[in-house]
Design a protein around this ligand. Sequence first.
Ligand SMILES: [Zn+2]
Length: 204
Amino acid sequence: MANIGTDEDFVWELEQEWKKSLPVFTERQWLTIFPEALQVFRKRIWDRIALNKKFYQDELKRQQTIINKKLSYPLKDHWAVDLAVETIDENLKEVTKEIKRDRWILTILKSATKKKISNSSIDKITPDDILRAKEIPITDFIQVNKSGIGLCPFHTEKHASFKVFKDNGWYCFGACGIGGDVIEFIKKLNKCDFIQAVKFLVKK
Ligand SMILES: [Zn+2]
């Protein structure tokens, strides 16, 4: 039977080791991973603030009661009363700090949500999408001859000066004098940003 206990201890120790190896995320990091958790976090923090405020009020009342009773205690016990008052003072300071910290976190969460909204399109494309986008032939969007030459869609011209290369790159040898890959091409063609261009190419 003793062996079982030892095994259990061993397993418990293993579990503790494993738990230690888990990454410890801050609330902010959690939000980057699961933006959906924002509501949960916010509620949790508001609850904590409410709890701390109640604790503060209760401690304050307790302190007042002790102070009011002080004179009814024998003089030799006054040091104990003073000590109790002091301890409560420390508690009040501690809890005030916690409330301040939580309020600060709430402010950060607010700015994090704003950022999340402006970055929301980034969340929806993956490195794989970018690779796939780069494979979409430019010639799906522009007519060129056998040599890959066509009219530049970015400036008005009579003589074709737009070239699509075999590696799916492009260059305008005419007025534009610019080139790039298919993503750059779509960015310019659709007047959109990188992410929108990738989404357009992979039909996301
Ligand atoms: Zn051009």
